[in-house]
Write a protein that binds this ligand. Sequence first.
Ligand SMILES: C[S@@+](CC[C@H](N)C(=O)[O-])C[C@H]1O[C@@H](n2cnc3c(N)ncnc32)[C@H](O)[C@@H]1O
Length: 356
Amino acid sequence: MPIQTSTHNLVQDYYGHQLQGTADLKTSACCDASTMPEWLKPLLARVHPEVLSRYYGCGLVCPPLLEGCRVLDLGCGSGRDVYALAQLVGPEGEVVGVDMTDEQLAVARAHQAHHTEVFGYSNTRFLHGYIERLDELGLEPASFDVIVSNCVVNLSPDKDAVLAGVQRLLKPGGEFYFSDVYADRRVPPAVRNDPVLYGECLGGALYWNDFIQLAQRHGFADPRLLEDRPLEITDPKLAARTGNLRFFSATYRLFKLAALESACEDFGQAVIYQGSIPEHPGRFVLDKHHDMQTGKVFAVCGNTWHMLQGTRFAPHFNFIGNFDTHYGIFDGCGGNLPFGARSESSSGVCGLAACC
Ligand SMILES: C[S@@+](CC[C@H](N)C(=O)[O-])C[C@H]1O[C@@H](n2cnc3c(N)ncnc32)[C@H](O)[C@@H]1O
């Protein structure tokens, strides 16, 4: 059997039959309510309990400023994030969920009518398909403002194909905003080939620096890390099988912007956030190293400038400077393990491996 098919079969069996609900997971991957922003809680309260009970995500994939957007969710499972995002994009937007596991999609689809009634509009679609073969789904190239995914890319046996599909389907200026599991080193074959560790989103996890290279290979020159936390493997027998590996759940955003460079370059630019994005009046957090307070001048590299000026965020910023003079590399870029380090908020520092 080709490796891709056997991996798909293993994962379909894990999420279609082995797991019956969130509590069956053997890691601390799923976020608890304490880490949930207040504005998201009423949205999730409107999602059907059966959908919530089969949530297997590892982060929050609800970026700001989604009203009217077209959003695609890769590996949507029972549809928790689709139904949360459906409320954020509103009646003028659309959210499309893709998953390969019939049992997961059946739960998502069973509650579509319920959510239409609760929201007062219908703006969701669920497609059966493989995230490595998005071209088979009849989706228009460059037609999505935002693509999200929650704890799925690690499960794919062909991550290059996934990133190529994302690059094809995003509009210019769009972003791939996704949470996933990463390892602090390359996962050895004994861990990768363990079916339970694979199903639990550990065996297929990328070493974080290999993920950076993967993203760059597919035109996402400067991946931005937004949030991360260490994962605890709650089953001690399973933990023992992973040796010294450390796993992290992390949320990255990858912007489809042709102008981005692989290093953060200094052109002496700055931006001022206007405080006008709904639910974010006091500050705008672009990523772990860019926490911009409303009204305050914030020094940025050329890439950050593009991420704000070439995207849906542009109307909410004042832009100071231009690209006329280059001052060298943007100060403070790091090249070490990006997870766990404290944010240097409001310093305008890029702390991403991809920056240098
Ligand atoms: C860890 S669960 C996450 C589900 C959902 N995102 C959530 O947060 O509840 C992984 C999901 O991805 C789906 N999946 C895994 N690999 C896939 C692939 N190659 N193509 C399509 N779906 C996939 C599985 O069927 C499963 O529903």
